[in-house]
Design a protein around this ligand. Structure first.
Ligand SMILES: Cc1cc2nc3c(=O)[nH]c(=O)nc-3n(C[C@H](O)[C@H](O)[C@H](O)COP(=O)(O)OP(=O)(O)OC[C@H]3O[C@@H](n4cnc5c(N)ncnc54)[C@H](O)[C@@H]3O)c2cc1C
Ligand code: SF4
Length: 316
């Protein structure tokens, strides 16, 4: 690990200001992703601004009946919150399908949204990787791509966004709230938050370097049956090959989002309308532009079977 300096910020403005004034500085929250990447020297921040003392760890009701989740709310606290369990069950289910109890105790809402891909070549500094080292090439495209993306990918990078929580947040139309060092605030719909890789796979979100996530808001509840099915190589402690988040209403209408298949949680609103026609109709529409590799083409029929299981569970 490279040497770095460290400070604990006392307010969101201090934290954003400290990043803006130090070249190579980064925020650190739970540290469960960033520290691993620093040990491998994939991330080499010169200065860490710890955001744990910012007091952004409450979950509050919003005026329209939704919830505002402070960025430092841990995954454990969010999944266990009574309003989340009652009204946003898909979020609880997605969070507890991720990582381990110990990791969820440390992992924060903002940090979880910003976790980096699990492409094996990204984690191997000896291999070319356009995301780790822009312009160096992509070892995965002609390599072992079983875990990687089938849609929304590019000729430069076929990695996936690996998280679970964000798939449920995308389904629920969450909004990411931020503040920059100049005090400017933004409310970014989660649909626009994670970028498609395109020619610049090292730029993963629309955040500016000095932009701090302060909260995530959820709109008022949708009702219906909330489900999250995650298919992985081991029953626990593994990232999704494919996951399906869904809210299904008693008449069979609803919404669907997929994880483990694309650079961001994958939802095609036009496909939601096809839910009453069944899993094949939804997946045919949601994956119409897919460009799978030979290794990972199985993810598309797997997404269909996983969604069929979700629909069957909602009916039972
Ligand atoms: C073994 C293992 C298994 C895992 N399995 C899963 C899994 O199955 N599913 C899953 O979803 N996740 C999984 N994870 C990932 C884990 O959930 C993430 O590491 C965690 O959520 C990151 O949160 P953190 O608070 O520790 O972030 P950190 O590591 O502190 O930060 C991550 C990134 O976010 C930035 N950041 C943090 N907070 C802010 C903020 N407020 N504003 C702006 N930038 C910020 C940091 O600069 C850094 O770039 C796993 C992790 C491990 C180590
Ligand atoms: S798929 Fe993306 S992350 Fe993986 S090696 Fe290629 S460029 Fe790197």
């Amino acid at each position: 690990m490279r040497a770095f300096t460290y400070e604990r910020a006392a307010s969101p403005a201090d934290a954003a200001g400290a990043i803006a004034t130090r070249q190579g500085a980064k925020f650190i929250a739970g540290g469960t992703n960033l520290l691993d990447l620093m040990k491998l020297e994939i991330e080499t921040p010169t200065h860490l601004v710890d955001v744990q003392d910012l007091g952004l760890d409450d979950i509050e009701e919003t005026e329209d009946g939704g919830l505002r989740i402070g960025t430092l709310v841990t995954n454990t606290a969010l999944a266990a919150h009574p309003r989340v369990r009652r009204d946003y069950g898909v979020l609880t289910r997605a969070i507890v399908a991720g990582a381990s109890g110990q990791l969820r105790n440390k992992a924060t809402t903002g940090g979880n949204l910003l976790q980096r891909t699990r492409c094996p070549y990204f984690y191997d500094p000896n291999m070319p990787c356009n995301k780790r080292k822009p312009g160096s090439g992509c070892a995965a495209i002609a390599g072992a791509s079983r875990q990687l993306g089938v849609i929304g990918t590019s000729d430069k990078c076929i990695a996936t966004y690996p998280g679970d929580m964000a798939v449920a947040m995308r389904l629920l139309d969450a909004v990411v709230e931020t503040v920059k060092s100049n005090g400017e605030t933004r409310a970014i719909p989660i649909a626009d938050f994670h970028r498609l890789w395109g020619d610049t796979p090292h730029i993963e979100t629309v955040l500016e370097p000095d932009e701090l996530i302060t909260a995530v808001t959820l709109p008022r509840p949708l009702g219906g049956t909330h489900l999250y099915h995650k298919v992985r190589d081991r029953r626990s402690y593994a990232f999704a090959l494919v996951s399906v988040a869904a809210v299904i209403q008693p008449d069979g209408t609803g919404r669907v989002a997929f994880g483990g298949v694309a650079p961001r949680p994958w939802r095609v609103e036009a496909a939601d309308a096809l839910l009453p026609q069944g899993a094949k109709a939804v997946v045919d529409r949601a994956f119409a532009d897919a460009r799978p590799t030979e290794d990972n083409a199985f993810k598309i029929p797997l997404a269909e079977r996983t969604l069929a299981g979700v629909i069957a569970e909602a009916r039972s």
